[in-house]
Design a binder for this molecule. Sequence first.
Ligand SMILES: NC(=O)c1ccc[n+]([C@@H]2O[C@H](COP(=O)([O-])OP(=O)(O)OC[C@H]3O[C@@H](n4cnc5c(N)ncnc54)[C@H](OP(=O)(O)O)[C@@H]3O)[C@@H](O)[C@H]2O)c1
Length: 289
Amino acid sequence: MSTVITGASGHLGRLVVDQLLAGGTPPAQIVATGRDVDKLTDLARSGVTVRRADFADPLTLDDAFAGADTLLLVSTTTVGERFDNARNAIDAAARAGVSRIVYTSIVNASTARMTLADEHRRTEEYLRASGSEFVILRNGWYLENYTDQLPMITQYRALLGSAHDGLVSAAGRRDYAAAAAAVLTQDGHLGATYELGGPAFTLTELAATISDVLGTPIAYQDMPVADYTAALTAAGLPPEMAAAVADADAGLARGELFTAREDLVKLIGRPATTVREAVQNAATAEETR
Ligand SMILES: NC(=O)c1ccc[n+]([C@@H]2O[C@H](COP(=O)([O-])OP(=O)(O)OC[C@H]3O[C@@H](n4cnc5c(N)ncnc54)[C@H](OP(=O)(O)O)[C@@H]3O)[C@@H](O)[C@H]2O)c1
């Protein structure tokens, strides 16, 4: 019995491996994969099996998934390649005899119109039609999407966006990782689609929280999607990513990143990280850097 974690060289996959180990899963039952296995050497030292898996190269997937019964399929990063990547992984899992696949999708994947939802929706449809047993984790926005911007936000004393007064149900990567670890280790989740997100806030409320925690006035500056795209590009984001992020804010404004469901709290058995906690933690980490 072993569980393959893809994207273990990235933030979310790594947190899932850490939480499985912390929860008592024997290292020998975990296969941690990524394209760059050099990032996984410490896991190999702790007894976790490490294998190279590149979704663009299906032969690597056959080797990576061999002998596993469960796959955590963490969506890949490059917009436009994510569906093909996931399809390759689902096909390889079938060839390898993997009996269940847990896929990290996006909240409201079946109804959201934002560009980022499209490949997740197609992947979910492909997975449902694949005949494999599955669990779909529709992850909401990461709080880190905002806290990673703190240095820039404080520098310009402004939080930029195109979200109007839309609500975002964000949670920390650690919360989503805990949800993944729960469905990987507990019975009773097969066939479920979970809408995951933390306590909702508007970007005006986020700016007020940042102001309060840092003791510096920060304003939320709402702008048209084209202007926000240009600002993100000027800040160094690749143009396609800048366009996708600004388009996601338009989706946020339409309510596409909001969920009232309590699936995350139920799965992890505790409240999700609040935006105030996330800002406080990030500010403390910034001070001690
Ligand atoms: N909910 C949100 O707010 C939000 C925000 C950002 C991203 N996401 C999604 O959530 C996923 C996980 O988030 P994260 O923070 O862990 O991202 P991350 O730190 O960038 O990690 C991405 C992982 O995907 C792997 N990967 C990318 N392309 C691959 C390919 N062709 N074949 C095999 N592995 C590949 C990377 O492997 P290498 O180390 O080998 O490159 C890395 O391990 C992202 O990939 C993205 O789809 C969600």
